[in-house]
Design a protein around this ligand. Structure first.
Ligand SMILES: C[S@@+](CC[C@H](N)C(=O)[O-])C[C@H]1O[C@@H](n2cnc3c(N)ncnc32)[C@H](O)[C@@H]1O
Length: 414
């Protein structure tokens, strides 16, 4: 090795540190930070490793910090580089199966010229104590308190268990017969649940466009609109298009609207791969309006996304009460605006992938439409509507079969 060259594996750890910094100090979503933090890594496996280290650190953050604090005389500030480096070394040794000597050797160069001795000393002390991380992981205190108040102890326990287990992969199918013949757990029509996979594009039927990845809970809103029979539907906040594909394959004439050009690019790719069609509109729902009233609307509103914490653990640390309040306000405005675009007798389904009642149940009182209750037969096996007629999915549901993302879904009639 040349004297100044970087030892193997250090670049991926450096990228993991940049990713954590982007999420924890700058409040960026993990996926959005990926290009900036790990874009210079030439090998896809290094980018994958940086992402895996950062994601696992975010799943385990309160427990990693408790270990660090148990081994330092003076508490390290939350944004201290030494704390970031220790989190990365510890998560590898304690959760990702990296031998401790490799975990620390690849992290120490990140603190060269800085608190190298401290990081080495704390890591060594914890390894000598033979510490381990609790199973299941702890939630950040603010999140645990919020969810305990909203949903109770069982939900918090189920959320912790869900964090400990890689979520399964849910596939939605264009064709019911093809879905039935696909090996997997079938929890609804046109659905199959399979174990987590890293190479989704290599699975049978992907290239042919037979299916797309979509959490089972995320597939419920479009199910509640039923068959389209050529009627018109606005898919508002549509990208990357999971619900657009469901609606198009169920016979709706879909206009898919989203304000993000990048995300709409993915929606167009998905339409192309599945050979389904929809009119695609790049517009802000708060500015745009349809040329004529429509039969149905699916409003999958922007939200805090705390319901998808299993796959996106950054939400546990980024989402503060202010974010939830701002999102709830935007959702209320979108719902009020879209309600006016329905034909009389038309149906609107509103959904958010949030576990915050302010982004769900709170909208029920103020919605300018009449709730059209959901029947249990319309839902996947093991999911029941709330007695009031809306749908609330929680991680405790279907826990034995891979659990569900957290969604709020309500169907209204004009
Ligand atoms: C929850 S995601 C939608 C997921 C999508 N419905 C699906 O099933 O694949 C929310 C979307 O809202 C879009 N969005 C946010 N604010 C918007 C606005 N003012 N107008 C239109 N789209 C917006 C975002 O770009 C994002 O794609």
């Amino acid at each position: 090795m040349k004297p100044n060259s970087t030892p193997p594996g250090v670049d991926a750890r450096r990228a993991a540190l940049r990713l954590l910094d982007a999420v924890l100090r700058r409040g960026l979503p993990l996926e959005a930070a990926l290009d900036g933090a790990a874009g210079d890594l030439a090998k896809p496996e290094d980018r994958g490793l940086a992402h895996a280290i950062a994601a696992e650190t975010l799943r385990r953050l309160p427990d990693l910090d408790a270990l660090i604090d148990s081994a330092t005389q003076q508490r390290l500030p939350p944004d201290a580089k030494a704390r970031f480096a220790l989190r990365i070394a510890l998560v590898q040794a304690l959760a990702l199966g990296t031998p401790p000597h490799a975990a620390i050797a690849t992290v120490l160069p990140l603190v060269d010229g800085g608190p190298r001795r401290l990081v080495h000393g704390v890591f060594g002390a914890l390894m000598r104590r033979k510490v381990s991380l609790p199973a299941p992981p702890s939630l950040p205190r603010g999140v645990a308190e919020r969810w305990l108040a909203a949903w109770g102890r069982d939900m918090v326990d189920a959320a912790r268990a869900a964090l400990a287990t890689p979520p399964p992969l849910d596939l939605s199918f264009a064709d019911a017969e093809v879905a039935r013949n696909f090996a997997g757990d079938h929890l609804a029509e046109r659905h199959a649940r399979i174990p987590p996979q890293s190479r989704v594009a290599e699975l049978p039927g992907f290239a042919e466009g037979q299916w797309w990845v979509q959490d089972l809970a995320a597939s419920i809103p479009a199910r509640l609109l039923g068959p389209g029979e050529g009627r018109t539907v606005l898919d508002l906040c549509a990208a990357p298009g999971g619900k657009t594909l469901q609606l198009a394959s169920a016979g709706w004439r879909v206009t898919a609207v989203d304000s993000s050009a990048n995300r709409l690019e993915r929606l167009r790719e998905n339409l192309q791969r599945t050979r389904l069609s929809a009119e695609v509109v790049e517009a802000d729902v708060m500015q745009w309006e349809p040329a004529a009233p429509v039969d149905a609307i699916l409003l999958d509103a922007p939200c805090s996304a705390t319901g998808i914490f299993r796959r996106h653990p950054d939400v546990l640390h980024r989402v503060r009460p202010k974010v939830i309040a701002d999102m709830a306000e935007l959702q209320r405005a979108m719902l009020a605006r879209a309600a006016g675009w329905l034909k009389p007798g038309g149906t609107l389904v509103f959904s958010t992938c949030s576990l915050e009642p302010d982004e769900g149940e709170s909208h029920l009182e103020q919605a300018p439409l009449t709730l059209h209750p959901v029947d249990p037969n319309e839902l996947p096996a093991g999911v029941a509507p709330h007695p009031d007629g809306h749908v609330r999915t929680l991680p405790a549901m279907l826990a034995e079969r891979g659990a569900l993302d957290g969604f709020f879904i309500a169907r209204f009639r004009r």
